[in-house]
Each structure stands twice: as structure tokens, then as C-alpha cells.
Design a protein around this ligand. Structure first.
Ligand SMILES: *Cc1c(COP(=O)(O)O)cnc(C)c1O
Length: 375
């Protein structure tokens, strides 16, 4: 059996958890939380980081921070995980779904401007598979119409647009450390604040609507309820686990990129015969080895290929289903067709990719894909 994912442990996780326990501060915002924040701020130049219990929670914080008014609209790609849209709906926005690009599943930057109305407040983008969206184009559209950009960078740790890290472009950005992501702690996430106007309030929302963080820095002499908020911060146990992963980030990324490149090079000949499509990485983007996908020529073929691999003990999986066609949203959608998003819903499949995957396993997978197409 070759499973789709298998979490990688660096070996230091339990030692750091034990250390957190010995420090006798295991609620949030302590020693390891601070080490994680410092790590990201230093390595990627993010202005301020706040660990959260998930990327979904970080997105909810972002939705609160942009201060949505009734009637406000938020542009979100349809081909994404539900949390990219849910967070904004929960905070009162109407979602206007955008289509994917023809050549990869990220948002079609050229289709954004026509979706903007005088009610639009923000654009959410997703760096699918860790491939950068066209950030210069998106930021200039946002500037022109005075909109916020929120990067859902759940796939995009340690990936770059030109030389600037993903997560450093938008006014706000969110990361996921869910077990299925490159760097993980079971369930976890992070909000990145790149716009100074959000610095103070983000910390308050993070700490249940109180100015507790400022109190503990000695900036005020008592703390109280000053805004809305929730319990968005993870415990020190989670942060200690995460820190053990962050210390090994370069090694983890190098291994995943090597696996990714092996798939890419090995499947090129089949792609050149027009039998399937391999990822088209934009020239301005790095790859970060988050996920490797194929796109078949039809939905039927995708399902057959998944079935064929399953019979051979290989777990390949499809990915998102267009959100504008979901049970929850289809009635609320404005009726526009989003054909690229639908095509990726029907024809995209992801191959096993995790740190401990052996090259011999990859060879088996590639041989079975070839066998499927040669029949
Ligand atoms: C994984 C993922 C999320 C949700 O992350 P959680 O940490 O599980 O909340 C959100 N958006 C995208 C694009 C994701 O891949």
C-alpha cells in the first residue's frame, strides 16, 4: 500500500513538549509561541505573526479585522477549501466567486477586475499547490480600488513570488499547519499581519477581545474587555511541537521538492503525448513541494485512473469541488459559469507526496500511470 499522506516527525517534538511542561506555562502565548513567531518574522520578513489553532481560525481573524459592513462583498476563488469562504460569510459578507486560470488552479487574475463593485471589500487569493498568484497584478488592482488582499497561504509555506515570500504580499495572510501540510502540528495555523493598521487590534481579537497581551508587556496596568474576539491562540504544547518542525524546515522542503521534481520529470513524456497535463508553474513562482497534481482530459478518465491506482494499492485523490456549486452555496451564487474551476473539480488528481516517500514507490506509481495510458 502507498498511502496519500503520512505525517513526518522530526524527532524533537516530544522533547520540546516535555520542555514546555517543565516550564510550567502551557496555555498560549509563551516561550514556544514566541519562538515560532520570531522564526517566521526573521526568516520571511513578515511584519507580525500570531499562531492560531488553525488556518480556518486565522481566516476568521482576517475577516473580523477588515471590519465587514452589511452588503460587503468579498471575492474568493471557487476552487479552494471551504474555510477561504466560510470565514467571510460568518462575518456577514456576500461571496463573489472567481474562476481559476486556464493553465493552473489559482485565481484568474485577469478576471478579478470585472467582479469588483462599490460593495467589494477584499480579495482572497489561494496560492494553490504553493504556486504564487500574480501578486504584482493583484496588489495593483487592490490599490486601484482600495481593497484588502488576504493571502490564503495554507499551501504556500516557504514559497516565493520573485524573491519575496508568499504571505508577505497581502495586507493579511494565513497559513495552515494541519497534518497534511508541509510543516505541521496536527491542527494549527498562523495569521500574518503586513499592514500596520491591524497590528494592535489583531492581538486583541487573538486574546478573546482583551488587551491582555499589552498588559503582560507592561504597557498598561490592568487589562479588560475592549473589543470582540475569541480564543484563537494555541497552547504551548502545540507551539512546542510546531517549533520542532520549523527547525527542520529547510530539510523538509528540500526533500519534498526533490520528490515533486521526480514526478514532474518522469511524467513529462506522457504529458507531451497529450494524454494528461502536468503542473504549469508560473515563471515568477518557486515550487515548494506541497502537492503534486495531474489533470486528465476528462472527469471519467480521472475517476478511472484513481480506480486503477487504487487496485494497485496506490492512493491518489481528487481535490476541491467548486464552491459555487456546493450544496450550501449553489442557491446563493449569481449564476455565472466558472468552467476552469469545474474542470479542476472533475479532472485533477493528486499523487502521494510526503517526506518519507521512497523513490522506488514513486517509480511504481509512475509505472502504473503509464500502464493505465498504454491500455
Ligand atoms: C488546509 C487549508 C485550509 C484550512 O486549514 P486548517 O488549518 O485545517 O483550518 C484553508 N485553506 C486552504 C487552501 C487549505 O488548503
Amino acid at each position: 500500500m502507498i498511502g496519500f499522506n503520512s505525517p513526518y516527525f522530526t524527532g524533537k517534538e516530544t522533547a520540546y513538549i516535555k520542555d514546555a511542561v517543565n516550564r510550567a506555562h502551557i496555555s498560549g502565548n509563551g516561550y514556544y509561541t514566541n519562538k515560532c513567531h520570531q522564526f517566521f518574522q526573521k526568516k520571511y520578513g513578515f511584519q507580525k505573526c500570531l499562531l492560531t489553532t488553525s488556518c480556518s481560525d486565522a481566516l476568521e481573524m482576517a475577516a473580523i479585522l477588515i471590519d465587514l459592513q452589511p452588503e460587503n462583498e468579498v471575492i474568493v476563488p471557487s476552487y479552494t477549501f471551504v474555510s477561504s469562504a466560510n470565514a467571510f460569510i460568518m462575518n456577514g459578507a456576500k461571496i463573489v466567486f472567481a474562476d481559476s486560470r486556464e493553465d493552473h488552479p489559482g485565481i484568474n487574475e485577469d478576471g478579478i477586475e470585472e467582479l469588483i463593485t462599490n460593495k467589494t471589500k477584499a480579495i482572497v487569493i489561494v496560492h494553490y499547490a504553493g504556486f504564487a498568484c500574480d501578486m504584482e497584478k493583484i496588489m495593483s488592482i487592490a490599490d486601484k480600488y482600495n481593497l484588502f488582499v488576504i493571502e490564503d497561504a495554507a499551501h504556500a509555506v516557504d514559497s516565493f513570488y520573485d524573491k519575496k515570500p508568499l504571505g508577505a504580499w497581502g495586507h493579511l495572510a494565513t497559513f495552515s499547519f494541519h497534518e497534511t501540510k508541509n510543516i505541521m502540528c496536527g491542527e494549527g495555523g498562523m495569521l500574518v499581519i503586513n499592514d500596520a493598521q491591524f497590528l494592535k487590534r489583531s492581538e486583541i481579537i487573538w486574546e478573546k477581545g482583551t488587551n491582555r497581551a499589552a498588559f503582560f508587556r507592561g504597557e498598561i496596568d490592568k487589562y479588560g474587555w475592549v473589543d470582540i474576539g475569541s480564543s484563537f491562540l494555541p497552547s504551548e504544547i502545540v507551539a512546542a511541537f510546531l517549533y520542532a518542525q520549523l527547525e527542520k524546515i529547510d530539510e523538509i522542503q528540500a526533500k519534498r521538492i526533490e520528490l515533486w521534481n521526480f514526478y514532474f520529470e518522469s511524467l513529462k513524456p506522457i504529458a507531451e503525448r497529450g494524454l494528461l497535463r502536468i503542473p504549469a508553474v508560473p515563471s515568477y513562482s518557486t515550487i515548494n513541494g506541497h502537492l503534486f497534481y495531474l489533470v486528465t482530459n476528462s472527469g471519467h478518465q480521472r475517476d478511472e485512473l484513481i480506480g486503477h491506482l487504487k487496485k494497485k494499492g496506490i492512493q491518489a485523490v481528487f481535490h476541491y469541488m467548486s464552491l459555487h456549486r456546493s450544496k450550501f452555496y449553489t442557491e446563493k451564487h449569481d449564476g455565472r459559469e466558472l468552467p476552469n474551476s469545474d474542470r479542476y473539480s472533475d479532472c485533477l488528481l493528486r499523487l502521494p507526496l510526503y517526506y518519507d516517500l521512497e523513490q522506488s514507490d514513486q517509480e511504481t506509481i509512475i509505472d502504473e500511470i503509464k500502464a493505465y495510458f498504454n491500455n
